[in-house]
Ligand binder design. Sequence first.
Ligand SMILES: Cc1cc2nc3c(=O)[nH]c(=O)nc-3n(C[C@H](O)[C@H](O)[C@H](O)COP(=O)(O)O)c2cc1C
Ligand SMILES: [Fe+2]
Ligand SMILES: [Fe+2]
Length: 417
Amino acid sequence: MTTFALSDRVHWIGAFDGRMRTFDVILNTPNGTTYNAYCVRGSEGVAVIDTVKRECADQFFARLQQYAAYDEIRAVVLNHLEPDHSGCLPELLRRAPNARLYISDAATGVLKGLVKDAALPYTTVTTGSRVGLGDRSLVFLQTPYLHWPDTQCTWVPEERILFSGDAFGCHFCDERLWNDEVGDFRYAFEYYYAHIMRPFKRHVLDALALIEPLDLAVLAPAHGPILRQDPRDYVARYRELSTPRLHRGAREGERTVVVFYISSYGNTQRMAEAIRDGVAEIPGLRLSVYDLEGTPVLPFVDLVEAADAVLIGSPTINGDAVKPVWDLLSSFAQIDVRGKLGGAFGSFGWSGEAVRMIEDRLRGLKFRVPLGGLKVKLVPSHDEIDACRNWGRGIGEFLTGCAPPREIDFAALVGSS
Ligand SMILES: Cc1cc2nc3c(=O)[nH]c(=O)nc-3n(C[C@H](O)[C@H](O)[C@H](O)COP(=O)(O)O)c2cc1C
Ligand SMILES: [Fe+2]
Ligand SMILES: [Fe+2]
Protein backbone atom coordinates (compact mmCIF):
# COMPACT_ATOMS: atom_id res chain seq x y z
CA MET A 1 0.00 0.00 0.00
CA THR A 2 1.39 3.42 -0.95
CA THR A 3 2.46 5.52 1.98
CA PHE A 4 3.94 8.99 2.25
CA ALA A 5 6.39 10.44 4.74
CA LEU A 6 6.19 14.21 5.19
CA SER A 7 9.20 13.75 7.49
CA ASP A 8 10.53 10.89 9.60
CA ARG A 9 7.92 11.81 12.23
CA VAL A 10 4.94 12.74 10.09
CA HIS A 11 3.10 10.39 7.75
CA TRP A 12 0.10 10.57 5.48
CA ILE A 13 -2.44 7.91 6.47
CA GLY A 14 -5.36 9.00 4.30
CA ALA A 15 -7.38 7.36 1.56
CA PHE A 16 -7.67 7.61 -2.22
CA ASP A 17 -11.18 7.80 -3.62
CA GLY A 18 -10.50 8.03 -7.33
CA ARG A 19 -13.97 7.00 -8.46
CA MET A 20 -15.95 9.72 -6.71
CA ARG A 21 -17.61 12.01 -9.28
CA THR A 22 -19.83 14.25 -7.19
CA PHE A 23 -18.99 15.55 -3.75
CA ASP A 24 -21.44 16.98 -1.20
CA VAL A 25 -24.09 17.10 -3.96
CA ILE A 26 -22.75 20.46 -5.24
CA LEU A 27 -19.25 19.70 -6.53
CA ASN A 28 -18.13 17.89 -9.65
CA THR A 29 -15.06 15.81 -8.96
CA PRO A 30 -13.76 14.66 -12.35
CA ASN A 31 -10.54 13.43 -10.71
CA GLY A 32 -12.13 11.88 -7.64
CA THR A 33 -10.65 12.99 -4.34
CA THR A 34 -8.40 12.04 -1.46
CA TYR A 35 -9.17 12.24 2.24
CA ASN A 36 -5.91 13.27 3.84
CA ALA A 37 -5.27 12.15 7.39
CA TYR A 38 -1.89 12.34 9.08
CA CYS A 39 -0.06 10.87 12.01
CA VAL A 40 2.58 12.75 14.00
CA ARG A 41 5.01 10.94 16.27
CA GLY A 42 6.47 12.68 19.30
CA SER A 43 8.81 11.21 21.92
CA GLU A 44 5.82 10.84 24.26
CA GLY A 45 3.03 9.73 22.01
CA VAL A 46 1.35 9.84 18.64
CA ALA A 47 -1.29 12.20 17.29
CA VAL A 48 -3.72 11.44 14.49
CA ILE A 49 -4.93 14.47 12.58
CA ASP A 50 -8.28 13.93 10.87
CA THR A 51 -9.71 10.60 9.76
CA VAL A 52 -11.40 9.71 6.45
CA LYS A 53 -14.84 8.96 5.09
CA ARG A 54 -16.29 5.86 6.74
CA GLU A 55 -16.42 3.97 3.42
CA CYS A 56 -12.61 4.31 3.19
CA ALA A 57 -11.93 3.03 6.71
CA ASP A 58 -9.91 0.01 5.52
CA GLN A 59 -7.29 2.19 3.82
CA PHE A 60 -7.06 4.53 6.81
CA PHE A 61 -6.60 1.88 9.48
CA ALA A 62 -4.21 -0.18 7.33
CA ARG A 63 -1.97 2.88 6.82
CA LEU A 64 -2.22 4.00 10.44
CA GLN A 65 -1.16 0.58 11.68
CA GLN A 66 2.06 0.82 9.68
CA TYR A 67 3.18 3.78 11.77
CA ALA A 68 1.67 3.44 15.20
CA ALA A 69 0.22 0.99 17.69
CA TYR A 70 -3.23 2.03 18.82
CA ASP A 71 -2.19 2.37 22.47
CA GLU A 72 0.50 4.90 21.50
CA ILE A 73 -2.11 7.35 20.22
CA ARG A 74 -2.54 10.19 22.74
CA ALA A 75 -4.32 12.74 20.62
CA VAL A 76 -6.86 12.69 17.83
CA VAL A 77 -7.48 16.06 16.22
CA LEU A 78 -10.39 16.87 13.97
CA ASN A 79 -9.85 20.11 12.10
CA HIS A 80 -13.56 20.07 11.34
CA LEU A 81 -16.18 17.44 11.85
CA GLU A 82 -17.71 16.99 8.41
CA PRO A 83 -18.25 13.24 7.87
CA ASP A 84 -15.60 13.01 5.14
CA HIS A 85 -13.06 13.60 7.93
CA SER A 86 -14.84 12.32 11.03
CA GLY A 87 -16.18 9.11 9.46
CA CYS A 88 -13.71 6.83 11.27
CA LEU A 89 -13.64 8.75 14.56
CA PRO A 90 -15.84 6.44 16.66
CA GLU A 91 -13.95 3.34 15.49
CA LEU A 92 -10.57 5.03 16.01
CA LEU A 93 -11.45 6.03 19.57
CA ARG A 94 -12.67 2.48 20.23
CA ARG A 95 -9.33 1.11 19.07
CA ALA A 96 -7.14 3.74 20.74
CA PRO A 97 -7.84 3.50 24.49
CA ASN A 98 -5.41 6.28 25.51
CA ALA A 99 -6.53 8.83 22.96
CA ARG A 100 -8.24 12.12 23.66
CA LEU A 101 -10.05 14.08 21.00
CA TYR A 102 -9.13 17.76 20.43
CA ILE A 103 -11.69 19.93 18.68
CA SER A 104 -12.67 23.59 18.55
CA ASP A 105 -15.28 25.03 20.91
CA ALA A 106 -17.72 25.38 18.05
CA ALA A 107 -17.34 21.68 17.28
CA THR A 108 -18.99 20.59 20.53
CA GLY A 109 -22.50 20.93 19.16
CA VAL A 110 -21.52 19.42 15.84
CA LEU A 111 -19.98 16.45 17.62
CA LYS A 112 -23.19 15.82 19.54
CA GLY A 113 -25.17 16.02 16.30
CA LEU A 114 -22.89 13.69 14.38
CA VAL A 115 -21.62 11.13 16.86
CA LYS A 116 -24.38 10.28 19.27
CA ASP A 117 -21.97 9.17 21.96
CA ALA A 118 -21.93 11.39 25.04
CA ALA A 119 -19.01 9.45 26.56
CA LEU A 120 -16.41 10.52 23.98
CA PRO A 121 -13.29 11.84 25.72
CA TYR A 122 -12.73 15.27 24.22
CA THR A 123 -11.15 18.62 25.04
CA THR A 124 -11.90 21.89 23.26
CA VAL A 125 -9.00 24.07 22.17
CA THR A 126 -8.62 27.61 20.96
CA THR A 127 -6.02 29.68 19.09
CA GLY A 128 -2.68 29.16 20.80
CA SER A 129 -3.68 26.04 22.75
CA ARG A 130 -0.84 23.53 22.71
CA VAL A 131 -0.85 19.78 23.13
CA GLY A 132 2.56 18.28 23.84
CA LEU A 133 3.79 14.96 22.47
CA GLY A 134 7.27 15.24 24.02
CA ASP A 135 9.59 16.57 21.32
CA ARG A 136 6.71 17.42 18.99
CA SER A 137 3.63 19.52 19.70
CA LEU A 138 0.32 20.57 18.25
CA VAL A 139 -0.68 24.22 18.26
CA PHE A 140 -4.19 25.18 17.21
CA LEU A 141 -5.41 28.11 15.11
CA GLN A 142 -9.11 28.83 15.05
CA THR A 143 -10.23 29.43 11.48
CA PRO A 144 -14.03 29.34 11.70
CA TYR A 145 -16.07 29.01 8.50
CA LEU A 146 -13.27 27.60 6.36
CA HIS A 147 -15.79 26.15 5.64
CA TRP A 148 -17.69 24.94 8.70
CA PRO A 149 -18.17 26.97 11.87
CA ASP A 150 -15.99 24.51 13.80
CA THR A 151 -12.98 24.64 11.46
CA GLN A 152 -9.49 24.95 12.90
CA CYS A 153 -5.96 24.35 11.64
CA THR A 154 -3.24 22.46 13.47
CA TRP A 155 0.39 23.61 13.39
CA VAL A 156 3.33 21.43 14.32
CA PRO A 157 6.05 24.04 14.92
CA GLU A 158 8.95 21.57 15.19
CA GLU A 159 8.15 20.33 11.67
CA ARG A 160 6.84 23.63 10.27
CA ILE A 161 3.83 21.74 8.90
CA LEU A 162 0.33 23.24 8.90
CA PHE A 163 -2.55 20.78 8.78
CA SER A 164 -5.11 23.10 7.27
CA GLY A 165 -8.26 21.00 6.97
CA ASP A 166 -10.27 21.76 3.85
CA ALA A 167 -8.51 25.11 3.37
CA PHE A 168 -5.97 24.94 0.52
CA GLY A 169 -7.40 21.55 -0.41
CA CYS A 170 -9.00 20.37 -3.60
CA HIS A 171 -10.71 17.33 -5.02
CA PHE A 172 -7.94 15.82 -7.10
CA CYS A 173 -6.98 12.20 -6.72
CA ASP A 174 -3.48 11.53 -7.97
CA GLU A 175 -1.63 8.82 -6.08
CA ARG A 176 1.68 10.66 -6.44
CA LEU A 177 0.20 13.07 -3.87
CA TRP A 178 3.01 15.66 -3.70
CA ASN A 179 2.14 18.91 -5.42
CA ASP A 180 5.41 18.81 -7.36
CA GLU A 181 4.72 15.29 -8.64
CA VAL A 182 0.99 15.18 -9.45
CA GLY A 183 -0.55 16.46 -12.67
CA ASP A 184 -1.78 19.99 -13.18
CA PHE A 185 -4.36 20.53 -10.45
CA ARG A 186 -4.84 24.29 -10.83
CA TYR A 187 -8.38 23.80 -12.08
CA ALA A 188 -9.33 21.66 -9.09
CA PHE A 189 -7.73 24.13 -6.64
CA GLU A 190 -9.54 27.13 -8.09
CA TYR A 191 -12.83 25.23 -8.42
CA TYR A 192 -12.65 24.12 -4.80
CA TYR A 193 -12.01 27.65 -3.59
CA ALA A 194 -14.85 29.00 -5.74
CA HIS A 195 -17.42 26.58 -4.39
CA ILE A 196 -16.31 25.98 -0.83
CA MET A 197 -14.36 29.00 0.41
CA ARG A 198 -15.67 31.88 -1.69
CA PRO A 199 -18.89 32.38 0.33
CA PHE A 200 -16.65 32.88 3.40
CA LYS A 201 -14.09 35.33 1.99
CA ARG A 202 -14.20 37.53 5.07
CA HIS A 203 -13.37 34.55 7.25
CA VAL A 204 -10.61 33.47 4.86
CA LEU A 205 -8.95 36.86 5.38
CA ASP A 206 -9.16 36.42 9.17
CA ALA A 207 -7.61 32.95 8.86
CA LEU A 208 -4.83 34.24 6.60
CA ALA A 209 -3.85 36.73 9.28
CA LEU A 210 -3.03 33.73 11.48
CA ILE A 211 -1.47 31.59 8.76
CA GLU A 212 0.71 34.09 6.89
CA PRO A 213 3.17 34.69 9.75
CA LEU A 214 3.95 30.95 10.00
CA ASP A 215 7.31 29.80 8.67
CA LEU A 216 5.72 27.12 6.50
CA ALA A 217 7.64 24.14 5.18
CA VAL A 218 4.60 22.09 4.17
CA LEU A 219 0.92 22.90 3.83
CA ALA A 220 -1.01 19.69 4.42
CA PRO A 221 -4.68 20.05 3.51
CA ALA A 222 -7.45 17.49 4.01
CA HIS A 223 -8.05 16.86 0.28
CA GLY A 224 -5.83 16.62 -2.76
CA PRO A 225 -2.10 17.22 -3.18
CA ILE A 226 0.15 17.91 -0.20
CA LEU A 227 1.76 21.28 -0.81
CA ARG A 228 5.47 20.98 -0.10
CA GLN A 229 6.75 22.95 -3.08
CA ASP A 230 6.14 26.68 -2.68
CA PRO A 231 3.41 26.34 -0.04
CA ARG A 232 3.31 30.10 0.38
CA ASP A 233 2.10 30.47 -3.21
CA TYR A 234 -1.18 28.82 -2.21
CA VAL A 235 -1.54 31.08 0.78
CA ALA A 236 -0.90 34.08 -1.45
CA ARG A 237 -3.48 32.83 -3.94
CA TYR A 238 -6.10 32.59 -1.16
CA ARG A 239 -5.33 36.18 -0.22
CA GLU A 240 -5.66 37.28 -3.82
CA LEU A 241 -8.96 35.45 -4.29
CA SER A 242 -10.42 36.73 -1.02
CA THR A 243 -9.45 40.38 -1.26
CA PRO A 244 -12.30 42.61 -2.44
CA ARG A 245 -11.21 44.41 -5.54
CA LEU A 246 -12.64 47.30 -7.49
CA HIS A 247 -13.59 46.09 -10.93
CA ARG A 248 -12.14 47.86 -13.91
CA GLY A 249 -13.77 51.21 -14.50
CA ALA A 250 -15.19 51.66 -11.02
CA ARG A 251 -14.08 54.71 -9.14
CA GLU A 252 -13.00 54.66 -5.53
CA GLY A 253 -15.98 55.14 -3.23
CA GLU A 254 -18.50 54.56 -6.01
CA ARG A 255 -21.45 52.35 -5.01
CA THR A 256 -22.86 49.91 -7.53
CA VAL A 257 -26.42 48.89 -8.33
CA VAL A 258 -27.42 45.99 -10.56
CA VAL A 259 -30.99 45.66 -11.84
CA PHE A 260 -32.06 42.25 -13.17
CA TYR A 261 -35.43 41.71 -14.76
CA ILE A 262 -37.33 39.37 -17.02
CA SER A 263 -40.51 40.20 -18.85
CA SER A 264 -42.87 38.45 -21.26
CA TYR A 265 -44.94 41.42 -22.53
CA GLY A 266 -42.61 44.23 -21.55
CA ASN A 267 -44.48 45.33 -18.41
CA THR A 268 -41.82 44.37 -15.89
CA GLN A 269 -39.26 45.70 -18.36
CA ARG A 270 -40.94 49.13 -18.33
CA MET A 271 -40.80 49.08 -14.56
CA ALA A 272 -37.09 48.16 -14.69
CA GLU A 273 -36.40 51.08 -17.03
CA ALA A 274 -38.20 53.55 -14.79
CA ILE A 275 -36.40 52.20 -11.74
CA ARG A 276 -33.12 52.59 -13.60
CA ASP A 277 -33.99 56.23 -14.37
CA GLY A 278 -34.76 56.82 -10.70
CA VAL A 279 -31.51 55.29 -9.48
CA ALA A 280 -29.63 57.33 -12.08
CA GLU A 281 -30.89 60.57 -10.51
CA ILE A 282 -28.58 59.91 -7.55
CA PRO A 283 -24.99 60.91 -8.26
CA GLY A 284 -22.10 58.60 -7.36
CA LEU A 285 -23.72 55.34 -8.37
CA ARG A 286 -22.61 52.90 -11.01
CA LEU A 287 -25.69 51.29 -12.48
CA SER A 288 -26.13 48.23 -14.71
CA VAL A 289 -29.33 46.65 -16.05
CA TYR A 290 -29.59 43.07 -17.27
CA ASP A 291 -32.41 41.10 -18.88
CA LEU A 292 -32.29 37.53 -17.56
CA GLU A 293 -34.07 36.04 -20.54
CA GLY A 294 -32.10 33.22 -22.12
CA THR A 295 -28.88 34.17 -20.30
CA PRO A 296 -26.95 31.77 -18.12
CA VAL A 297 -26.82 33.31 -14.65
CA LEU A 298 -23.37 32.15 -13.64
CA PRO A 299 -21.43 35.13 -15.04
CA PHE A 300 -23.69 37.43 -13.01
CA VAL A 301 -22.37 36.03 -9.75
CA ASP A 302 -19.23 38.21 -9.98
CA LEU A 303 -21.36 41.30 -10.57
CA VAL A 304 -23.58 40.56 -7.62
CA GLU A 305 -20.60 39.90 -5.39
CA ALA A 306 -19.21 43.33 -6.24
CA ALA A 307 -22.58 45.12 -6.10
CA ASP A 308 -23.90 47.15 -3.21
CA ALA A 309 -27.54 46.82 -4.28
CA VAL A 310 -29.36 44.16 -6.29
CA LEU A 311 -32.87 44.79 -7.61
CA ILE A 312 -34.81 41.94 -9.18
CA GLY A 313 -37.95 42.14 -11.31
CA SER A 314 -40.21 39.27 -12.32
CA PRO A 315 -43.76 38.93 -13.54
CA THR A 316 -45.95 36.46 -11.70
CA ILE A 317 -46.45 33.38 -13.82
CA ASN A 318 -48.61 30.61 -12.40
CA GLY A 319 -48.36 32.03 -8.90
CA ASP A 320 -44.58 32.22 -8.88
CA ALA A 321 -41.55 34.18 -10.02
CA VAL A 322 -40.02 32.66 -13.14
CA LYS A 323 -37.22 30.12 -13.23
CA PRO A 324 -34.34 32.40 -14.40
CA VAL A 325 -35.00 34.54 -11.33
CA TRP A 326 -34.80 31.54 -9.02
CA ASP A 327 -31.67 30.38 -10.85
CA LEU A 328 -30.11 33.77 -10.23
CA LEU A 329 -31.13 33.75 -6.57
CA SER A 330 -29.81 30.24 -6.02
CA SER A 331 -26.45 31.24 -7.51
CA PHE A 332 -26.03 33.69 -4.61
CA ALA A 333 -25.15 30.73 -2.39
CA GLN A 334 -21.66 30.93 -3.91
CA ILE A 335 -20.95 34.37 -2.49
CA ASP A 336 -21.43 36.48 0.61
CA VAL A 337 -24.46 38.73 0.07
CA ARG A 338 -25.20 39.62 3.68
CA GLY A 339 -25.86 43.30 4.20
CA LYS A 340 -26.25 44.22 0.54
CA LEU A 341 -29.37 46.21 -0.33
CA GLY A 342 -32.07 44.26 -2.12
CA GLY A 343 -35.40 44.98 -3.70
CA ALA A 344 -38.06 43.26 -5.79
CA PHE A 345 -40.53 44.46 -8.36
CA GLY A 346 -42.78 43.09 -11.06
CA SER A 347 -45.95 43.23 -13.05
CA PHE A 348 -48.79 40.80 -12.42
CA GLY A 349 -52.25 39.97 -13.71
CA TRP A 350 -54.38 38.98 -10.74
CA SER A 351 -52.57 37.44 -7.76
CA GLY A 352 -49.00 38.83 -8.00
CA GLU A 353 -47.10 36.49 -5.68
CA ALA A 354 -43.70 36.88 -7.38
CA VAL A 355 -42.57 40.14 -5.76
CA ARG A 356 -43.26 38.96 -2.22
CA MET A 357 -41.53 35.65 -2.91
CA ILE A 358 -38.39 37.35 -4.22
CA GLU A 359 -38.39 39.73 -1.28
CA ASP A 360 -38.71 36.87 1.19
CA ARG A 361 -35.83 35.11 -0.48
CA LEU A 362 -33.67 38.24 -0.41
CA ARG A 363 -34.38 38.66 3.29
CA GLY A 364 -33.66 34.97 3.85
CA LEU A 365 -30.25 35.54 2.26
CA LYS A 366 -29.72 38.45 4.70
CA PHE A 367 -30.05 41.26 2.19
CA ARG A 368 -31.33 44.49 3.71
CA VAL A 369 -34.62 45.28 2.01
CA PRO A 370 -35.35 48.89 2.95
CA LEU A 371 -38.21 49.51 0.53
CA GLY A 372 -41.23 47.25 0.17
CA GLY A 373 -41.50 45.49 -3.17
CA LEU A 374 -43.15 47.27 -6.05
CA LYS A 375 -46.09 45.63 -7.84
CA VAL A 376 -47.94 46.91 -10.86
CA LYS A 377 -51.11 45.37 -12.24
CA LEU A 378 -50.48 44.57 -15.92
CA VAL A 379 -49.38 47.64 -17.92
CA PRO A 380 -47.80 50.37 -15.77
CA SER A 381 -49.68 53.70 -15.95
CA HIS A 382 -47.93 57.10 -15.96
CA ASP A 383 -48.41 57.34 -12.21
CA GLU A 384 -47.04 53.87 -11.72
CA ILE A 385 -44.01 54.66 -13.85
CA ASP A 386 -43.47 57.68 -11.60
CA ALA A 387 -43.76 55.39 -8.57
CA CYS A 388 -41.12 53.10 -10.09
CA ARG A 389 -38.80 56.05 -10.65
CA ASN A 390 -39.31 57.21 -7.07
CA TRP A 391 -38.65 53.70 -5.81
CA GLY A 392 -35.39 53.57 -7.76
CA ARG A 393 -34.40 56.98 -6.42
CA GLY A 394 -35.24 55.77 -2.91
CA ILE A 395 -32.92 52.80 -3.29
CA GLY A 396 -30.17 55.14 -4.51
CA GLU A 397 -30.75 57.42 -1.52
CA PHE A 398 -30.47 54.53 0.91
CA LEU A 399 -27.29 53.42 -0.75
CA THR A 400 -25.59 56.78 -0.63
CA GLY A 401 -26.82 57.51 2.88
CA CYS A 402 -28.97 60.45 1.85
CA ALA A 403 -32.34 58.80 2.50
CA PRO A 404 -34.57 61.14 4.51
CA PRO A 405 -34.71 60.01 8.15
CA ARG A 406 -37.84 58.09 9.06
CA GLU A 407 -40.08 60.07 11.32
CA ILE A 408 -41.19 58.13 14.35
CA ASP A 409 -44.33 59.33 16.09
CA PHE A 410 -43.55 58.57 19.73
CA ALA A 411 -47.03 59.56 20.81
CA ALA A 412 -48.46 56.91 18.51
CA LEU A 413 -45.99 54.34 19.84
CA VAL A 414 -47.03 55.02 23.43
CA GLY A 415 -50.67 54.98 22.46
CA SER A 416 -50.38 51.58 20.84
CA SER A 417 -48.75 49.85 23.80
C1 LIG B 1 -48.90 31.61 -18.48
C2 LIG B 1 -49.21 32.80 -17.61
C3 LIG B 1 -49.50 32.61 -16.27
C4 LIG B 1 -49.76 33.68 -15.43
N1 LIG B 1 -49.99 33.48 -14.11
C5 LIG B 1 -50.26 34.54 -13.29
C6 LIG B 1 -50.51 34.33 -11.90
O1 LIG B 1 -50.51 33.22 -11.39
N2 LIG B 1 -50.75 35.42 -11.14
C7 LIG B 1 -50.73 36.67 -11.64
O2 LIG B 1 -50.90 37.64 -10.90
N3 LIG B 1 -50.51 36.91 -12.96
C8 LIG B 1 -50.28 35.86 -13.78
N4 LIG B 1 -50.05 36.08 -15.12
C9 LIG B 1 -50.14 37.43 -15.66
C10 LIG B 1 -48.79 38.15 -15.79
O3 LIG B 1 -48.19 38.28 -14.52
C11 LIG B 1 -49.06 39.52 -16.36
O4 LIG B 1 -49.46 39.37 -17.71
C12 LIG B 1 -47.87 40.47 -16.28
O5 LIG B 1 -48.27 41.78 -16.62
C13 LIG B 1 -46.75 40.06 -17.22
O6 LIG B 1 -45.70 40.97 -17.06
P1 LIG B 1 -44.48 40.98 -18.09
O7 LIG B 1 -44.96 41.66 -19.34
O8 LIG B 1 -43.43 41.76 -17.41
O9 LIG B 1 -44.10 39.56 -18.31
C14 LIG B 1 -49.77 34.99 -15.96
C15 LIG B 1 -49.48 35.18 -17.32
C16 LIG B 1 -49.17 34.10 -18.14
C17 LIG B 1 -48.85 34.35 -19.62
FE1 LIG C 1 -15.49 20.04 4.68
FE1 LIG D 1 -13.55 17.89 3.38
